[in-house]
Write a protein that binds this ligand. Structure first.
Ligand code: AMP
Ligand code: GLY
Length: 419
């Protein structure tokens, strides 16, 4: 049996492990105790990936990719899904990514890159249009380094906090300021083998902490797939206008990009525009796209890693909804150490799959150990059913201060939303 090592510790890695374990033996490095509690067939190991013997490595998070883990594994002759440090700059530096997009002619928000306050503030003041002000850290900030605000004073304060290093340390000492775009968002993840790319099913993510898209940006509070109105034509447009030109631009720079290119898209009145590229599966998008994936995920990922990608994979007609359960205080200062109750009963519900993110274990049982604690995913014949199942399971799981958004997929499920 093929042996796959999934690198990472969160719910996305758990979802990858479950999908891969249909046809392979899977170890997650390091994973978390919730993964083994919920999926007893999947092993977790504290050993570093470099010390693990596997036929295929799938690297989940951006931080090890930016740090060159894929290069080190390939240097040892391993088959790896995930870009090297060169390709991972697409996510590691928003300034680098924006420059790449502009060179490739990919539609994206107008922007400026700054490491000093005065020109940054001057740029903010001359921005026109209907949209909000957008201030991003250049470096990695776990999805939390983006401010979107209608108030210029707040944007200026944010520029100061980021550039001074007080808000995000070194990641914020350079900022990217963008024109605000308005529209529905869409996540399109594409598998790339260096030259070719094929899309996975589209998903929508909920980035804000609060219901009605209020509050600070987070890593993602929920997702659903498919997205009504985002059919093959729209996905093909995103591939033709965004993903393929970006992959070609990487190639022109001598970068052999083998991994997931995830396009975060805003569907504006002027057509789809790229908000960002990530160099990995989305979290929580993976938790709704992977359960819908037909066929052998292992051989598919291996073919991308090996440079011989086949035709697009198929996805079931079922819908999937994921609701993230987070700890009180997320995304700023999550409270930890609380016992999680009800997860075992919720996990047995029809169509439901729990994925463990920040979960620890002690004599009391499974406990919370970080911001996003559990992903509750459910499949159903259509979005309303998947949504009802996910929320019914989520309602059974509790700990003090548990947070969740109650409006994940709510508009899409009643058909009032669509690009
Ligand atoms: P990013 O990490 O760059 O995708 O940004 C996180 C979130 O901030 C996105 O999912 C959008 O909701 C929002 N956002 C980012 N860039 C813009 C923009 N130029 N205009 C409006 N909203 C944005
Ligand atoms: N869900 C957004 C991300 O994975 O970056």
């Amino acid at each position: 049996m093929t042996r796959v090592c999934v690198v990472g510790a969160g719910a996305r890695e758990h979802a990858l492990a479950v999908a891969l374990a249909r046809t392979a033996s899977v170890v997650v490095a390091p994973g978390n105790p919730g993964i083994t509690a919920l999926s007893p067939g999947i092993a977790c190991t504290p050993r570093p990936a470099e010390e693990i013997d596997a036929d295929l490595f799938v690297i989940g998070p951006e931080v090890p990719l930016v740090g060159g883990l894929a290069d080190r594994l390939r240097g040892r002759g391993k088959l790896v899904l995930g870009p090297g440090a060169d390709g991972a700059q697409v996510e590691g530096s928003k300034a680098w990514m924006k420059a790449l997009l502009v060179s490739a002619g990919v539609p994206t928000a107008a922007h400026g890159t700054f490491d000093a306050e005065a020109p940054a503030v001057a740029f903010l003041r001359q921005l026109r249009g209907d949209g909000p002000y957008v201030v991003k850290t250049d470096g990695l900030a776990a999805g939390k380094g983006v401010l979107v605000t209608g108030a210029i004073d707040e944007a200026i304060d944010d520029v100061q906090a980021k550039l001074s290093g007080s808000a995000f340390g070194a990641a914020g000492r350079r900022v990217v300021i963008e024109e605000g775009l308005v529209g529905e968002e869409l996540s399109v993840m594409a598998l790339c083998d260096g030259t070719r790319a094929v899309p996975l099913a589209a998903a929508q993510d909920f980035k804000r902490a609060g219901e009605g898209d209020t509050g600070p940006n987070t890593g993602g509070m929920g997702a659903f797939s498919p997205v009504p109105g985002a059919g093959d034509d729209l996905v093909d447009t995103v591939m033709d206008q965004a993903v393929l030109p970006t992959l070609a631009a990487l190639r022109r720079r001598g970068i052999d990009y083998r991994g997931v290119l995830y396009a975060g898209i805003m569907l504006t009145a002027d057509g789809p525009k790229v908000l960002e590229f990530n160099v990995r599966f989305g979290d929580p998008e993976a938790q709704v796209v992977l359960p819908r994936w037909h066929g052998d995920v292992v051989s598919f990922l291996a073919s991308a890693a090996g440079g011989s990608l086949g035709p697009s994979p198929g996805f079931s007609d079922q819908a999937a909804v994921c609701v993230v359960l987070a700890a009180e205080g997320y995304p700023t200062e999550p409270r930890t150490g609380d016992v999680i109750s009800g997860w075992d009963a919720a996990a047995t519900m029809d169509g439901v799959q729990l994925y463990a993110a920040s979960v620890a274990q002690d004599a009391r049982g499974l406990t919370t150990s970080g911001g996003r604690v559990l992903s509750v995913s459910a499949l159903g014949d259509a979005l309303p059913e998947a949504r009802d199942r996910a929320y019914a399971a989520a309602a059974m799981i509790d700990w003090p201060g548990r947070l969740m958004r109650r409006d994940i997929a709510s508009r899409a499920a009643v058909g009032v939303q669509g690009p």
